[in-house]
Write a protein that binds this ligand. Structure first.
Ligand code: TYM
Length: 338
């Protein structure tokens, strides 16, 4: 069976270091392996939260540009915008009759995002993981590289795949695996080591955006919350120190070393020594991405071309899978193609 990847990011605000280390960096690495990869801009997901419709299209271009700037190779991987391939919404509806409310009720991300106001939350925010399952299965993806916060959604996807196969006595949908790898699968806020680094967090100092310039990165890392102790010599000793642990994880992920190797170098050193080293490393890794990102965004016509071609390629793979799904589900098939 073809090994296929699908993953995506929402075009809401800037991408940050968590998105890069938890997902994007791994996407780039996986291209060197034997996978056929589909990387989409998850704009249909972005409308489940308040957003500015005058900025959505450009935000989608920006996310696509960030993928390519970070190293996603358009000759190897398919880069496209989700809403340009309507098949996602079709399959979403079919899966809506497979997914069980009880399982959706358990999704912690809905609870976090809807907060106290869940009565007013849109249906889309609640049903969001079903669309995610459709995104993945429309391409028969077998592997889904994501950060740790998507683990539960991936479990639901696996559940929908198995339930579909069981209900229709088929093995049509592969049950996809989450690929959650690297030293920083859950990058935490720079202001609070117990909270995830997030696009929606109010304080910009809580995250490093992929588009931050060198001075901003250095200043954010300098201001990052830490504790007064020097760095320890074992990972074990970092467990009770979430802020310190986070910075070491970020360093290890960026330098592609183990945490133990990073600690061996910095054990006994104060943050006044570690932070500048971390800032230099972060700047060195993000600067070339930033330059390429700006170049790509300077040529919107070319970027749109890439995305049009990506959507065509995605459609070509998705159409027969969706058609077959209608067949399996027993629909009238007198006129194909919708
Ligand atoms: P999104 O846009 O919230 O995040 C994009 C990717 O970045 C990862 N990520 C993190 N990783 C480590 N530390 C963090 N602090 C951090 N914050 C975010 C996320 O795990 C994700 O991999 N629902 C998805 C988008 C999506 C999708 C899909 C993903 C839609 N359909 C199908 C995979 C397959 C989301 O909102 O990601």
């Amino acid at each position: 069976m073809t090994k296929r990847i699908l993953s995506g990011m929402q075009p809401t605000n800037n991408l940050h270091l968590g998105n890069y280390l938890g997902a994007l960096k791994n996407w780039v690495a996986l291209q060197e392996q034997d996978f056929e990869a589909f990387y989409m801009v998850a704009d249909l997901h972005a409308i489940t939260a308040p957003y500015d419709e005058t900025k959505l299209a450009q935000a989608s271009r920006e996310v696509a540009a960030a993928y390519i700037a970070a190293g996603v190779d358009i000759n190897k991987s398919c880069v496209f915008v989700q809403s340009a391939v309507r098949l996602h919404s079709d399959l979403n509806w079919l899966f809506s009759s497979i997914a069980q409310l009880g399982k959706l009720d358990r999704m912690t991300q809905f609870k976090e995002k809807s907060g106290k106001n869940s009565e007013r939350a849109p249906l889309g925010l609640y049903a969001y993981p079903v669309l995610m399952a459709a995104d993945i299965m429309l391409y028969h993806a077998t592997h889904v590289p994501v950060g740790d916060d998507q683990r539960q959604h991936l479990e639901l996807t696996r559940d929908i795949a198995s339930s579909f196969n069981h209900k229709y006595k088929t093995e049509f949908f592969p049950v996809p695996e989450a690929v959650i790898v690297g030293a920083a699968t859950r990058v935490m806020s720079l202001r609070d080591g117990t909270k995830k680094m997030s696009k929606s967090e109010e304080s910009d100092n809580s995250r490093i955006n992929m588009t931050d310039d060198a001075d901003t990165i250095a200043s954010k890392i300098k201001k990052a919350k830490t504790d007064p102790e020097p760095l320890p010599d074992t990972a074990e000793a970092l467990k009770a120190r979430p802020e310190a642990d986070n910075l070491v994880n970020i360093y290890a992920a960026l330098s592609e070393e183990t945490k133990a190797a990073v600690l061996a170098r910095f054990a006994g050193k104060q943050f006044s020594a570690f932070k500048p080293a971390l800032a230099d490393l972060t700047i060195a890794k993000l600067a070339p991405i930033n330059t390429r990102y700006r170049e790509l965004l300077n040529d919107t016509a070319e970027l749109d071309n890439i995305l049009r071609k990506g959507a065509e390629k995605a459609r070509a793979v998705g159409v027969p899978i969706l058609e077959k799904t209608y067949d399996i589900m027993g629909f009238w098939r007198g006129a194909r193609g919708g």
